[in-house]
Each structure stands twice: as structure tokens, then as C-alpha cells.
Design a protein around this ligand. Sequence first.
Ligand code: GDP
Length: 210
Amino acid sequence: MKIPPVSIRYLRSILELKDAPPDQGCEVAFAGRSNAGKSSAINTLANVGGLARVSKTPGRTRMINFFSIDDGRRLVDLPGYGYAKVPGEIHRRWEAALEQYLRYRQSLRGVFLLMDVRHPFTEMDEVMIEWCALRSIALHVVLTKSDKLSRGAAMNTRLMAKTRLAGYGSPDFSVQLFSSLKKSGTEEAWEVLGRWLDLPREDQEKTPGA
Ligand code: GDP
């Protein structure tokens, strides 16, 4: 599937769902443990230098960051989990926001769950997968930093992940390898994004954001 070039811009960061952009159109959310390579992946996919810095701005790593592709389509950067040292009150607030977001957001078309290919399926990853399975939310697992493994080892992990996801019995669960460093896996990821966000197809080969 060829996707026409898109330009992605930062919209806003929120702590509570009530402050989110209007719940219209469609959006895809990116989730994952902190350090999984989420900002790098969003940046690579957006192909816009500096975009990921937004989600790395101090204070914003625990917020939900919205990016717009166009009037009706958004990418959403969910807070990375695994911040052990966050004070209790703040931790509760963002966990609640995350859960609220997944539960009530009508425009959510699916979740990209990013996992370091060397450390997939952490406890919180499993919780996310279960949430998606329970609520019939489409899920695409992105195994990041695939350049860190040999091709054979990376393919084995992908196969293991595929088998594990199949165990949930959801037709909308899929998995791929990805490397921001090598820029590999971007087409496959955009194919899923394009399908979920109903992006118009284009015949000529162009990279989104180029
Ligand atoms: P986030 O916390 O999930 O947003 O993770 P980041 O995108 O900040 O990445 C965490 C660390 O992993 C950084 O040191 C990145 O340079 C590194 N990283 C991210 N993607 C890749 C990748 O594709 N390959 C390699 N080798 N390192 C990566």
C-alpha cells in the first residue's frame, strides 16, 4: 500500500482526558515501556526531525501527546510506563488518564505497542495486550531496535511474538520488526497506520513526511 506524503504536527499534551482534542475522526495510539524506542519510532515514522523532542520534553513524558496528520487523523503518544520513582499522586493520575483514554476514546482505531526486541512482553506489556483484547481494540506490536539482534534471532522473536499474540484469539493483532536506526520496517508500519486511519492510497512510491 502506498501512502501519500503526510506532514505531522504537534497538537497538544494533556494529563486528563477532558483536555484532549475533540473525540472526532480517527487516531492511533503508541504505547510502550519507557526506553522501548517509542519517541524514536514516532520520529522515524513521521520523518520529521525534532518531532519526538516534543514527547521528550521534561514533564511531557507522562502526558498524552497528540499529533495531527490532518483535520480528522491523529497519532497519540501515550505515557511510557515503568517510571518507578514517580511520586504516588502523579503516578495515579497518569495511570488513570491512560486507562480512561483506552476505555473511552471513541476515535481510537488501534494501538501500536512498542517493545524492545531484546526484552519483549514485560508485565505491563501483557496488561496492555489484555486491555486491548478485552475491549476489542486492534493491536500492532512493533519490535523495536531490531538492528541489535542478528536477522535470524530477530525473526525468531517475531515468530514467538506472533504465536503468543495468536493465543489471544483476536483477528486484529499483528506484529512486525522495526529499527529506527536502520529505518527498517517503516513501510510495514505505515501500511497498518494507513489501513487503520483510512489514509488515501497513492500509486507512486513516496515516504510519508518526505
Ligand atoms: P522511549 O523512551 O520509548 O521514547 O525511547 P527512545 O526513543 O528515547 O529510545 C531509547 C533509547 O534507545 C535511546 O538511547 C535510543 O537512541 C535507543 N534507540 C531507539 N531506537 C533504536 C533503534 O532502532 N536501534 C538502536 N540501536 N537504538 C535505538
